[in-house]
Design a protein around this ligand. Structure first.
Ligand SMILES: [Mg+2]
Length: 229
């Protein structure tokens, strides 16, 4: 870790709260359809629709809204109640206006690392929504670059590193998703630190990894400082 030059931070559920808002939105969606199907079945159908549409819509609120509309249509048949669609649109608008709540330790960690490392953000999600969250987070000044990615595959990270003129062995990624923030970076030969969040979207779930020399698991974001400074 003594060769790290660039540190990339995932944003959602790493810098600020996100998944809680999506789970609340999903709960409201399930309530909307509770006369048709029990909540767990609505949730399962929604997840299936989301995974099917990821290659078309990518990640973020807009795709989520379209998936809720598609799922409601599949559940209620061809004559979906107009009120259901209006409510889904409201749920989506509300998601796009949620406050940005920083996670504990984020500000202190960025302050400690600023000036010593090249700090960047590497996040998935809707372009405008992620830009809004970053602006409202008051964290922009800490980052030299913000990459809003359509996906986080090994190839996506390879392009990011080329653009940053950074070799994998000088790169550290921090994030809450093993699947998106850790595994592809390890595969490239970079360093990755996993900071689990209290809840994980079902599609991002992944079994634990052990015994990799370039992998760290930390409970709190500020613990990364023990390994760097
Ligand atoms: Mg995340």
């Amino acid at each position: 870790m003594d060769k790290i030059e660039t540190i990339a931070f995932d944003a959602d559920d790493t810098l600020w709260i996100n998944e809680n808002y999506f789970q609340e939105a999903e709960k409201q969606f399930c309530e909307l359809l509770d006369t048709y199907l029990p909540a767990y079945q609505v949730s399962a159908l929604l997840l299936k629709t989301e995974i099917k549409n990821l290659p078309l819509y990518g990640y973020g609120v807009k795709g989520f809204v379209l998936c809720m509309i598609e799922t409601s249509h599949a559940i209620t048949g061809p004559y979906t109640d107009k009120n259901i669609v209006s409510r889904i649109i409201e749920i989506g608008h509300s998601l796009l206006q949620q406050p940005v709540v920083l996670l504990d330790g984020v500000l202190e960690t960025l302050k400690a690392l600023q000036g010593r490392y090249n700090l960047i953000v590497a996040t998935k999600g809707d372009l405008l929504d992620q830009q809004r969250k970053l602006r409202n987070s008051s964290l922009e000044e800490y980052f030299s670059h913000v990459e809003i990615m359509s996906d986080k595959t090994t190839n996506d990270y390879r392009k990011l590193l080329t653009q940053q003129k950074c070799l994998p062995q000088h790169f550290l990624m921090l994030g809450n998703s093993l699947k998106s923030d850790v595994l592809p970076v390890l595969e490239l030969g970079g360093f990755a630190a996993h900071i689990p969040y209290e809840i994980t979207w079902a599609h991002e779930e992944h079994t634990e990894i052990n015994n990799k020399h370039n992998f760290l698991k930390i409970n709190k974001i500020e613990n990364i400082l023990n390994h760097l400074l």
